[in-house]
Design a protein around this ligand. Structure first.
Ligand SMILES: O=C(O)c1ccc[n+]([C@@H]2O[C@H](COP(=O)([O-])O)[C@@H](O)[C@H]2O)c1
Ligand SMILES: Cc1cc2nc[nH]c2cc1C
Length: 393
């Protein structure tokens, strides 16, 4: 891990602290923060702190025992074995499966884009909404190929008129430029968290066995890097990457803009999650954090995408550590800060293909591996069934 970062692996919150948290009327994402006047009443909805159930240890044990009986040297299918066992525990099932997997893509715009922190102009976000709906974006192709239903939700783009086939659930059009003022009002942060929960509720009809969340938003790697730097107490330069394609000078400028903003908003030492979100958050990032908690509370495993979704996952885990068990990590993005965020989450993703697209494309690409892991677990013969000699027999 680079020096100067106060990241640490997340561990379960002690029971007493969890009980105290549950008894409060609000999820106090502000604890310990130095608050600026506009952030004073920034609180998150109470449901975000309600515990998620633990995975089934009985089903984990049964799945481990089955893996030991399948016709292969023990452990020879490596992480495919671990994935199948984990899904069996999460689904409390003897037959883990990832056939029904909805993809929900959250889109939002970012006032910070006015500072030239992206290689592309802000209008691309809304143009891409049309592309998602028309079926021409990478995630449209991947979702079609995988048989995954795709819902696109505008939680805060600059679009002033509805885009056909895109659901609108936004408190405002774009965030404010966080280099000059707070990105969001407290009520807008809370709205975005609820938008995430509403999106999860809409997926219930699909009876998901796993769910994938994706994002799109020009400028959102700057917001995600600012959030990660504040949460992990890292120098922004350790987290900032090229996003859609900045060069070294562009990255240095982006890091300097984030560093100045963190200082301006009083986020350089121990700020609370809700204050961080109001100061430098993005509506799609906040909605995904809410969606992750809501999905985990419904016992739906979540397959986490790249850098931006992983920052949302870190937010979710900081707000409610019990959702961590429900997260599976798909890929390591080429975006610089992703490895630090994964490390802070204690996560080891399945694939590393130098992807840096977002849109849930990394998670969708990893899904076939999960499906095959389940197929192997459910379909292979045991030593007894195939009359193959077991170890030492
Ligand atoms: O998810 C990732 O790992 C990832 C890494 C780099 C860029 N992106 C995508 O690129 C857009 C943000 O990049 P930027 O340069 O505009 O901040 C946004 O739409 C993301 O989906 C996504
Ligand atoms: C074209 C384009 C597509 C994207 N998809 C996710 N982020 C993106 C950024 C750009 C610029």
């Amino acid at each position: 891990m680079p020096t100067g970062c106060r990241s640490r692996r997340l561990t379960s919150r002690p029971d007493a602290a969890r009980r105290q948290r549950l008894s409060s009327a609000w999820c106090d994402g502000n604890r310990g923060a130095r608050r600026s006047p506009h952030e004073r009443s920034c609180v998150l909805p109470e449901w975000t702190s309600l515990d998620c159930a633990p995975p089934s240890e009985t089903h984990r044990q049964a799945a481990l025992e089955r893996q030991a009986q399948l016709t292969k040297p023990l452990g020879a299918l490596g992480r495919l074995e671990q994935v199948a066992v984990e899904i069996a525990a999460l689904q409390a099932s003897e037959r883990p499966s990832a056939d029904r997997v909805p993809v929900v893509l959250f889109a939002g715009d970012h006032g910070i884009a006015a500072q030239g922190v992206s290689a592309y102009p802000p209008e691309v976000t809304v143009q891409m909404l049309h592309n998602f709906a028309a079926g021409g974006a990478a995630i449209s192709v991947l979702a079609r190929g995988l048989g995954c239903p795709l819902e696109v939700v505008d939680v805060g783009t600059l679009a002033s008129a509805p885009v056909p086939d895109v659901l609108v659930d936004k408190p405002r059009r774009g965030t404010r430029d966080f280099s000059v003022e707070a990105a969001l009002a407290p009520a807008e942060v809370a709205f975005a968290v609820e938008a995430g929960r509403r999106a999860v509720a809409r997926q219930a009809d699909h009876a998901p066995q796993l769910v994938i969340f994706g994002e799109m938003g020009i400028g959102n790697t700057t917001s995600a890097a600012a959030i990660a730097a504040a949460l992990l107490r890292c120098a922004p330069a350790e987290i900032v990457g090229s996003g859609t394609g900045l060069d070294a000078d562009g990255r240095a400028r982006k890091a300097a803009i984030i560093a100045a903003a963190l200082a301006r908003h009083g986020l350089t030492s121990g700020a609370g999650v809700a204050d961080i979100l109001a100061a430098v958050g993005g509506l799609e990032i906040i909605a995904i954090a809410g969606a992750i908690i809501a999905a985990a509370q419904r016992r739906w495993p979540v397959l986490v995408d790249g850098f931006i979704v992983s920052v949302a996952a870190l937010l979710a885990v900081r707000l409610n550590s019990s959702c961590r068990s429900w997260l599976l990590f798909s890929h390591r993005s080429a975006e610089r800060g992703h490895s630090l965020v994964l490390e802070a989450l204690g996560a080891r993703p399945l694939i590393d293909l130098d992807l840096r697209l977002g849109e849930a494309s990394g998670a969708a690409t990893a899904l076939p591996i999960i499906r095959l892991a389940c197929a192997l677990h459910n379909g292979m013969a045991t030593f007894a069934e195939a009359a193959v000699s077991g170890r030492g027999s």
